[in-house]
Design a protein around this ligand. Structure first.
Ligand SMILES: NC(=O)c1ccc[n+]([C@@H]2O[C@H](COP(=O)([O-])OP(=O)(O)OC[C@H]3O[C@@H](n4cnc5c(N)ncnc54)[C@H](OP(=O)(O)O)[C@@H]3O)[C@@H](O)[C@H]2O)c1
Length: 383
Protein backbone atom coordinates (compact mmCIF):
# COMPACT_ATOMS: atom_id res chain seq x y z
CA UNK A 1 0.00 0.00 0.00
CA UNK A 2 1.49 3.35 -1.04
CA UNK A 3 0.81 6.29 1.29
CA UNK A 4 0.37 9.31 -0.95
CA UNK A 5 0.55 13.07 -0.35
CA UNK A 6 -1.06 15.01 -3.19
CA UNK A 7 0.31 18.56 -3.37
CA UNK A 8 -2.08 20.68 -5.46
CA UNK A 9 -5.01 18.25 -5.11
CA UNK A 10 -7.60 20.83 -6.21
CA UNK A 11 -6.01 21.44 -9.64
CA UNK A 12 -6.42 19.59 -12.91
CA UNK A 13 -3.62 17.07 -12.23
CA UNK A 14 -4.58 16.86 -8.55
CA UNK A 15 -8.21 15.96 -9.32
CA UNK A 16 -7.11 13.36 -11.89
CA UNK A 17 -4.72 11.93 -9.29
CA UNK A 18 -7.55 11.50 -6.79
CA UNK A 19 -9.53 9.72 -9.50
CA UNK A 20 -6.67 7.25 -10.02
CA UNK A 21 -6.25 6.76 -6.27
CA UNK A 22 -9.99 6.12 -5.80
CA UNK A 23 -9.69 3.45 -8.50
CA UNK A 24 -7.00 1.55 -6.55
CA UNK A 25 -8.11 1.48 -2.89
CA UNK A 26 -6.00 -1.63 -2.22
CA UNK A 27 -2.82 -0.05 -3.59
CA UNK A 28 -3.00 3.66 -2.80
CA UNK A 29 -4.05 5.63 0.27
CA UNK A 30 -4.09 9.42 0.67
CA UNK A 31 -2.31 10.85 3.72
CA UNK A 32 -2.10 14.56 2.76
CA UNK A 33 -3.91 16.99 0.45
CA UNK A 34 -3.08 20.61 -0.34
CA UNK A 35 -4.58 23.64 -2.10
CA UNK A 36 -3.64 27.29 -2.41
CA UNK A 37 -7.06 28.97 -2.08
CA UNK A 38 -9.80 26.51 -3.01
CA UNK A 39 -10.63 25.54 0.59
CA UNK A 40 -14.16 24.35 -0.26
CA UNK A 41 -12.94 21.69 -2.68
CA UNK A 42 -10.04 20.81 -0.36
CA UNK A 43 -12.51 20.24 2.51
CA UNK A 44 -14.73 18.14 0.22
CA UNK A 45 -11.73 16.03 -0.82
CA UNK A 46 -10.67 15.67 2.82
CA UNK A 47 -14.16 14.48 3.83
CA UNK A 48 -13.98 11.84 1.11
CA UNK A 49 -10.36 10.63 1.46
CA UNK A 50 -9.72 11.25 5.19
CA UNK A 51 -6.02 12.27 5.04
CA UNK A 52 -3.94 12.82 8.20
CA UNK A 53 -3.25 16.43 7.23
CA UNK A 54 -4.38 19.14 4.80
CA UNK A 55 -2.55 22.32 3.82
CA UNK A 56 -4.02 25.60 2.63
CA UNK A 57 -1.47 27.92 1.00
CA UNK A 58 -3.33 31.14 1.76
CA UNK A 59 -3.06 31.43 5.54
CA UNK A 60 -6.09 33.76 5.68
CA UNK A 61 -8.34 30.81 4.77
CA UNK A 62 -7.43 28.49 7.65
CA UNK A 63 -10.58 29.27 9.68
CA UNK A 64 -12.95 28.68 6.76
CA UNK A 65 -11.23 25.39 5.99
CA UNK A 66 -11.35 24.34 9.64
CA UNK A 67 -15.11 24.93 9.81
CA UNK A 68 -15.71 22.40 7.01
CA UNK A 69 -13.26 19.68 8.08
CA UNK A 70 -14.15 16.53 9.99
CA UNK A 71 -12.44 16.07 13.38
CA UNK A 72 -9.03 14.42 13.47
CA UNK A 73 -7.51 16.02 10.37
CA UNK A 74 -4.59 18.37 11.07
CA UNK A 75 -4.28 21.68 9.23
CA UNK A 76 -1.01 23.28 8.17
CA UNK A 77 -0.71 26.45 6.09
CA UNK A 78 1.46 28.61 3.89
CA UNK A 79 4.66 27.73 2.02
CA UNK A 80 6.06 25.90 5.03
CA UNK A 81 2.86 23.84 5.27
CA UNK A 82 3.45 22.58 1.73
CA UNK A 83 6.99 21.53 2.67
CA UNK A 84 5.62 19.81 5.80
CA UNK A 85 3.24 17.75 3.62
CA UNK A 86 6.09 16.88 1.22
CA UNK A 87 8.09 15.54 4.15
CA UNK A 88 5.27 13.88 6.11
CA UNK A 89 6.69 10.76 7.82
CA UNK A 90 3.53 8.77 6.95
CA UNK A 91 3.93 9.55 3.21
CA UNK A 92 6.20 7.44 1.00
CA UNK A 93 4.94 8.92 -2.28
CA UNK A 94 4.56 12.62 -3.05
CA UNK A 95 2.62 13.82 -6.08
CA UNK A 96 3.77 17.35 -6.87
CA UNK A 97 0.89 18.85 -8.85
CA UNK A 98 1.17 22.48 -7.75
CA UNK A 99 1.80 25.02 -10.49
CA UNK A 100 4.96 27.07 -10.88
CA UNK A 101 8.27 27.37 -9.06
CA UNK A 102 6.16 27.46 -5.85
CA UNK A 103 6.53 23.66 -5.96
CA UNK A 104 10.32 23.62 -6.01
CA UNK A 105 11.08 23.68 -2.28
CA UNK A 106 8.58 20.89 -1.59
CA UNK A 107 9.97 18.80 -4.47
CA UNK A 108 13.52 19.28 -3.22
CA UNK A 109 12.52 18.42 0.35
CA UNK A 110 10.73 15.22 -0.70
CA UNK A 111 13.70 14.15 -2.80
CA UNK A 112 16.11 14.84 0.08
CA UNK A 113 13.99 12.53 2.25
CA UNK A 114 14.31 9.72 -0.32
CA UNK A 115 10.57 9.64 -1.16
CA UNK A 116 9.05 8.55 -4.45
CA UNK A 117 8.26 11.85 -6.15
CA UNK A 118 5.67 11.75 -8.94
CA UNK A 119 6.35 15.05 -10.64
CA UNK A 120 3.83 17.02 -12.70
CA UNK A 121 5.37 20.32 -11.61
CA UNK A 122 7.89 20.76 -14.45
CA UNK A 123 8.79 24.28 -13.25
CA UNK A 124 10.64 22.67 -10.29
CA UNK A 125 13.04 20.89 -12.61
CA UNK A 126 13.39 23.87 -14.93
CA UNK A 127 14.27 26.22 -12.07
CA UNK A 128 16.31 23.85 -9.90
CA UNK A 129 17.05 20.79 -12.06
CA UNK A 130 20.71 20.35 -11.21
CA UNK A 131 20.19 20.50 -7.43
CA UNK A 132 17.07 18.32 -7.48
CA UNK A 133 18.71 15.61 -9.61
CA UNK A 134 21.84 15.66 -7.43
CA UNK A 135 19.71 15.33 -4.28
CA UNK A 136 17.67 12.48 -5.82
CA UNK A 137 20.85 10.54 -6.61
CA UNK A 138 22.35 11.26 -3.20
CA UNK A 139 19.25 10.24 -1.21
CA UNK A 140 18.04 7.38 -3.42
CA UNK A 141 14.76 9.14 -4.28
CA UNK A 142 12.73 7.96 -7.28
CA UNK A 143 11.73 10.87 -9.50
CA UNK A 144 8.96 9.66 -11.81
CA UNK A 145 7.40 11.93 -14.44
CA UNK A 146 3.70 12.65 -14.74
CA UNK A 147 4.00 14.95 -17.75
CA UNK A 148 2.62 12.78 -20.57
CA UNK A 149 5.66 13.30 -22.84
CA UNK A 150 8.15 12.35 -20.13
CA UNK A 151 5.98 9.46 -19.03
CA UNK A 152 6.04 8.25 -22.64
CA UNK A 153 9.84 8.41 -22.67
CA UNK A 154 9.97 6.76 -19.25
CA UNK A 155 7.69 3.94 -20.46
CA UNK A 156 9.74 3.43 -23.66
CA UNK A 157 12.86 3.48 -21.50
CA UNK A 158 11.57 0.48 -19.49
CA UNK A 159 12.02 -1.69 -22.60
CA UNK A 160 15.76 -1.06 -23.01
CA UNK A 161 18.71 0.19 -20.98
CA UNK A 162 20.91 1.18 -23.94
CA UNK A 163 22.01 4.81 -24.21
CA UNK A 164 19.38 7.06 -25.82
CA UNK A 165 20.46 8.42 -29.19
CA UNK A 166 17.68 10.98 -29.40
CA UNK A 167 14.39 12.09 -27.86
CA UNK A 168 11.50 13.25 -30.03
CA UNK A 169 9.28 15.35 -27.78
CA UNK A 170 5.85 15.67 -29.36
CA UNK A 171 3.79 18.88 -29.13
CA UNK A 172 0.18 19.52 -30.11
CA UNK A 173 1.18 22.97 -31.41
CA UNK A 174 -1.58 24.58 -29.33
CA UNK A 175 -4.58 26.60 -30.57
CA UNK A 176 -2.51 28.99 -32.74
CA UNK A 177 -0.44 26.41 -34.64
CA UNK A 178 -1.51 27.79 -38.02
CA UNK A 179 -2.27 31.44 -37.12
CA UNK A 180 -0.31 34.03 -39.17
CA UNK A 181 2.27 35.98 -37.13
CA UNK A 182 0.57 39.29 -37.95
CA UNK A 183 -2.57 38.21 -36.06
CA UNK A 184 -0.83 36.89 -32.96
CA UNK A 185 -0.47 40.20 -31.09
CA UNK A 186 -4.29 40.36 -30.84
CA UNK A 187 -4.75 36.96 -29.22
CA UNK A 188 -6.98 37.31 -26.15
CA UNK A 189 -6.66 35.33 -22.89
CA UNK A 190 -10.05 33.69 -23.62
CA UNK A 191 -8.81 32.41 -26.99
CA UNK A 192 -5.48 31.25 -25.55
CA UNK A 193 -7.25 29.36 -22.75
CA UNK A 194 -8.95 27.04 -25.28
CA UNK A 195 -6.59 24.12 -25.91
CA UNK A 196 -7.47 21.88 -28.87
CA UNK A 197 -6.68 18.48 -27.26
CA UNK A 198 -5.98 18.81 -23.51
CA UNK A 199 -8.07 20.16 -20.61
CA UNK A 200 -5.57 21.71 -18.16
CA UNK A 201 -4.99 24.51 -15.64
CA UNK A 202 -4.70 28.11 -16.88
CA UNK A 203 -0.94 28.59 -16.68
CA UNK A 204 0.03 25.45 -18.62
CA UNK A 205 -2.69 26.19 -21.19
CA UNK A 206 -1.13 29.60 -21.93
CA UNK A 207 2.33 27.98 -21.97
CA UNK A 208 1.00 25.52 -24.56
CA UNK A 209 -0.32 28.38 -26.67
CA UNK A 210 3.10 30.12 -26.71
CA UNK A 211 4.90 26.74 -26.90
CA UNK A 212 6.90 27.74 -23.81
CA UNK A 213 5.40 24.59 -22.31
CA UNK A 214 7.37 22.52 -24.82
CA UNK A 215 10.47 24.57 -24.07
CA UNK A 216 10.08 23.87 -20.33
CA UNK A 217 9.61 20.20 -21.21
CA UNK A 218 12.85 20.15 -23.22
CA UNK A 219 14.70 21.28 -20.07
CA UNK A 220 12.72 18.79 -17.95
CA UNK A 221 13.67 15.96 -20.37
CA UNK A 222 17.32 17.00 -20.25
CA UNK A 223 17.37 16.56 -16.48
CA UNK A 224 15.18 13.47 -16.18
CA UNK A 225 16.87 11.44 -18.90
CA UNK A 226 20.37 12.96 -18.90
CA UNK A 227 20.26 13.73 -22.63
CA UNK A 228 22.10 16.74 -24.16
CA UNK A 229 19.94 19.49 -25.65
CA UNK A 230 21.09 18.83 -29.23
CA UNK A 231 19.65 15.32 -28.94
CA UNK A 232 16.17 16.51 -27.91
CA UNK A 233 13.98 17.44 -30.88
CA UNK A 234 10.49 18.91 -30.70
CA UNK A 235 8.01 17.53 -33.26
CA UNK A 236 4.58 19.07 -33.72
CA UNK A 237 1.97 16.30 -33.74
CA UNK A 238 -1.48 17.95 -33.54
CA UNK A 239 -3.43 14.74 -32.84
CA UNK A 240 -1.66 14.22 -29.43
CA UNK A 241 -1.75 10.42 -29.87
CA UNK A 242 1.98 9.71 -29.76
CA UNK A 243 3.11 11.22 -26.47
CA UNK A 244 6.83 11.13 -27.35
CA UNK A 245 9.45 8.85 -28.90
CA UNK A 246 13.00 7.70 -28.30
CA UNK A 247 15.54 6.80 -30.97
CA UNK A 248 18.22 4.19 -30.31
CA UNK A 249 21.68 4.08 -31.89
CA UNK A 250 20.54 1.58 -34.55
CA UNK A 251 17.85 4.00 -35.78
CA UNK A 252 14.91 2.18 -34.20
CA UNK A 253 12.26 4.57 -32.82
CA UNK A 254 10.06 3.53 -29.87
CA UNK A 255 6.87 5.47 -29.13
CA UNK A 256 4.10 5.44 -26.52
CA UNK A 257 0.53 6.06 -27.69
CA UNK A 258 -2.57 6.85 -25.68
CA UNK A 259 -5.71 8.99 -25.49
CA UNK A 260 -5.11 12.54 -24.18
CA UNK A 261 -6.01 11.52 -20.61
CA UNK A 262 -3.57 12.39 -17.80
CA UNK A 263 -4.89 9.59 -15.58
CA UNK A 264 -2.72 7.09 -17.46
CA UNK A 265 0.68 8.79 -16.88
CA UNK A 266 -0.39 9.59 -13.29
CA UNK A 267 -1.14 5.92 -12.66
CA UNK A 268 2.10 4.79 -14.32
CA UNK A 269 4.08 6.98 -11.90
CA UNK A 270 2.06 6.06 -8.80
CA UNK A 271 2.04 2.30 -9.35
CA UNK A 272 5.39 1.76 -11.13
CA UNK A 273 6.44 -0.95 -11.91
CA UNK A 274 2.93 -2.44 -11.77
CA UNK A 275 0.65 -2.09 -14.79
CA UNK A 276 -3.00 -2.42 -13.69
CA UNK A 277 -6.34 -1.55 -15.33
CA UNK A 278 -6.79 2.23 -15.22
CA UNK A 279 -9.73 4.67 -15.24
CA UNK A 280 -8.17 6.42 -18.28
CA UNK A 281 -9.92 6.39 -21.65
CA UNK A 282 -8.49 3.69 -23.90
CA UNK A 283 -7.19 4.57 -27.36
CA UNK A 284 -8.81 2.79 -30.29
CA UNK A 285 -6.19 2.57 -33.10
CA UNK A 286 -8.90 2.06 -35.72
CA UNK A 287 -10.48 5.40 -34.79
CA UNK A 288 -7.31 7.45 -34.35
CA UNK A 289 -7.21 8.56 -38.00
CA UNK A 290 -4.20 10.09 -39.71
CA UNK A 291 -1.19 11.00 -37.58
CA UNK A 292 0.85 13.96 -38.82
CA UNK A 293 4.23 15.41 -37.83
CA UNK A 294 5.84 18.75 -38.61
CA UNK A 295 8.67 20.97 -37.45
CA UNK A 296 7.77 23.76 -35.00
CA UNK A 297 7.79 27.28 -36.44
CA UNK A 298 10.18 29.11 -34.14
CA UNK A 299 9.55 32.44 -35.87
CA UNK A 300 5.96 32.40 -34.61
CA UNK A 301 6.85 30.55 -31.39
CA UNK A 302 10.14 32.12 -30.20
CA UNK A 303 9.63 30.75 -26.65
CA UNK A 304 10.98 27.45 -27.86
CA UNK A 305 14.26 29.04 -28.97
CA UNK A 306 14.49 30.92 -25.66
CA UNK A 307 14.10 27.68 -23.69
CA UNK A 308 16.82 25.90 -25.67
CA UNK A 309 19.08 28.94 -25.19
CA UNK A 310 18.42 28.97 -21.45
CA UNK A 311 19.04 25.23 -21.16
CA UNK A 312 22.25 25.45 -23.12
CA UNK A 313 23.47 28.48 -21.14
CA UNK A 314 22.82 26.35 -18.05
CA UNK A 315 23.33 27.37 -14.40
CA UNK A 316 20.72 29.89 -13.28
CA UNK A 317 19.49 30.86 -16.77
CA UNK A 318 16.57 28.36 -16.82
CA UNK A 319 15.51 29.75 -13.40
CA UNK A 320 15.30 33.19 -15.01
CA UNK A 321 13.45 31.84 -18.05
CA UNK A 322 10.87 30.19 -15.81
CA UNK A 323 10.35 33.09 -13.39
CA UNK A 324 10.05 35.66 -16.19
CA UNK A 325 7.60 33.41 -18.00
CA UNK A 326 5.44 32.98 -14.88
CA UNK A 327 5.19 36.76 -14.52
CA UNK A 328 4.54 37.24 -18.25
CA UNK A 329 1.73 34.66 -18.29
CA UNK A 330 0.08 36.27 -15.26
CA UNK A 331 0.29 39.75 -16.83
CA UNK A 332 -1.14 38.41 -20.11
CA UNK A 333 -4.07 36.80 -18.24
CA UNK A 334 -4.63 40.16 -16.51
CA UNK A 335 -4.62 41.81 -19.97
CA UNK A 336 -1.58 43.90 -19.05
CA UNK A 337 0.65 42.30 -21.71
CA UNK A 338 0.02 41.22 -25.30
CA UNK A 339 0.42 37.56 -26.25
CA UNK A 340 3.49 38.31 -28.37
CA UNK A 341 5.05 40.24 -25.47
CA UNK A 342 5.32 37.06 -23.37
CA UNK A 343 8.51 35.83 -25.12
CA UNK A 344 9.74 39.44 -25.45
CA UNK A 345 9.61 39.88 -21.69
CA UNK A 346 11.31 36.53 -21.05
CA UNK A 347 14.01 37.43 -23.55
CA UNK A 348 14.55 40.85 -21.95
CA UNK A 349 15.04 39.24 -18.50
CA UNK A 350 17.46 36.66 -19.91
CA UNK A 351 19.45 39.42 -21.63
CA UNK A 352 20.01 41.11 -18.26
CA UNK A 353 21.15 37.93 -16.51
CA UNK A 354 24.67 36.53 -16.22
CA UNK A 355 24.24 32.86 -15.28
CA UNK A 356 25.83 31.47 -12.15
CA UNK A 357 25.78 27.94 -10.71
CA UNK A 358 23.51 28.14 -7.61
CA UNK A 359 24.85 26.04 -4.75
CA UNK A 360 21.53 25.72 -2.92
CA UNK A 361 17.76 25.85 -3.44
CA UNK A 362 17.71 29.06 -1.36
CA UNK A 363 19.98 30.72 -3.95
CA UNK A 364 17.69 29.49 -6.75
CA UNK A 365 14.71 30.97 -4.89
CA UNK A 366 16.49 34.33 -4.56
CA UNK A 367 17.23 34.40 -8.30
CA UNK A 368 13.59 33.48 -8.95
CA UNK A 369 12.36 36.34 -6.72
CA UNK A 370 14.78 38.91 -8.21
CA UNK A 371 13.74 37.91 -11.73
CA UNK A 372 10.06 38.36 -10.88
CA UNK A 373 10.79 41.92 -9.70
CA UNK A 374 12.82 42.63 -12.83
CA UNK A 375 10.09 41.22 -15.08
CA UNK A 376 7.45 43.44 -13.42
CA UNK A 377 9.69 46.47 -13.94
CA UNK A 378 10.50 45.67 -17.58
CA UNK A 379 6.86 44.85 -18.38
CA UNK A 380 5.89 48.33 -17.19
CA UNK A 381 8.19 49.81 -19.86
CA UNK A 382 6.94 47.60 -22.70
CA UNK A 383 4.91 49.23 -25.48
N1 LIG B 1 -3.01 19.89 -16.37
C1 LIG B 1 -2.33 19.01 -17.08
O1 LIG B 1 -2.89 18.23 -17.85
C2 LIG B 1 -0.83 18.95 -16.94
C3 LIG B 1 -0.10 18.08 -17.75
C4 LIG B 1 1.27 17.98 -17.57
C5 LIG B 1 1.90 18.73 -16.60
N2 LIG B 1 1.19 19.58 -15.84
C6 LIG B 1 1.89 20.37 -14.81
O2 LIG B 1 1.28 20.09 -13.56
C7 LIG B 1 1.31 21.25 -12.72
C8 LIG B 1 -0.12 21.57 -12.30
O3 LIG B 1 -0.88 21.88 -13.45
P1 LIG B 1 -2.48 21.98 -13.39
O4 LIG B 1 -2.90 22.13 -14.80
O5 LIG B 1 -3.02 20.86 -12.59
O6 LIG B 1 -2.65 23.36 -12.61
P2 LIG B 1 -3.94 23.94 -11.87
O7 LIG B 1 -5.17 23.26 -12.38
O8 LIG B 1 -3.84 25.40 -11.96
O9 LIG B 1 -3.74 23.47 -10.34
C9 LIG B 1 -2.69 23.96 -9.57
C10 LIG B 1 -2.77 23.41 -8.16
O10 LIG B 1 -1.73 24.03 -7.38
C11 LIG B 1 -2.30 24.83 -6.33
N3 LIG B 1 -1.50 26.06 -6.26
C12 LIG B 1 -1.62 27.17 -7.03
N4 LIG B 1 -0.69 28.08 -6.68
C13 LIG B 1 0.02 27.53 -5.64
C14 LIG B 1 1.08 28.00 -4.83
N5 LIG B 1 1.63 29.21 -5.00
N6 LIG B 1 1.54 27.19 -3.85
C15 LIG B 1 1.00 25.96 -3.66
N7 LIG B 1 -0.02 25.47 -4.40
C16 LIG B 1 -0.49 26.24 -5.38
C17 LIG B 1 -3.74 25.08 -6.74
O11 LIG B 1 -4.55 25.35 -5.61
P3 LIG B 1 -5.95 26.17 -5.80
O12 LIG B 1 -6.86 25.23 -6.56
O13 LIG B 1 -6.39 26.41 -4.42
O14 LIG B 1 -5.61 27.41 -6.57
C18 LIG B 1 -4.06 23.73 -7.42
O15 LIG B 1 -4.31 22.75 -6.46
C19 LIG B 1 1.96 22.36 -13.57
O16 LIG B 1 3.31 22.43 -13.26
C20 LIG B 1 1.78 21.88 -15.00
O17 LIG B 1 2.79 22.35 -15.86
C21 LIG B 1 -0.15 19.71 -15.98
Amino acid sequence: MRQVAVLGSTGSIGRNTLDVIAHHPDQLRIVALTAQRNWRLLAEQARRFRPHVVCIGDTALVDQLKSELPAGIDIVAGEQGLVTCAGLPQADTIVVAVVGAAGMKATHSAVCLGKRVCLANKESLVAGGNLIMQAAAQHGAELLPIDSEHSAIFQCRQTTDVVLHKIYLTASGGPFRTMPLADMANITPAAALKHPTWNMGGKITIDSATMMNKGLEVIEAHWLFNVPYDQIQVVVHPQSVIHSMIELADGSILAQLGAPDMRLPIQVALLHPQRLPSPATALNPVRMGTLTFEEPDVTRFPSLTLAYAAGQAGGSMPTVLNAANEVAVRLFLQERLRFTDIPRLVDACMQEHVPTEPESIEVVLTIDKDTRQLAEKLAGKMV
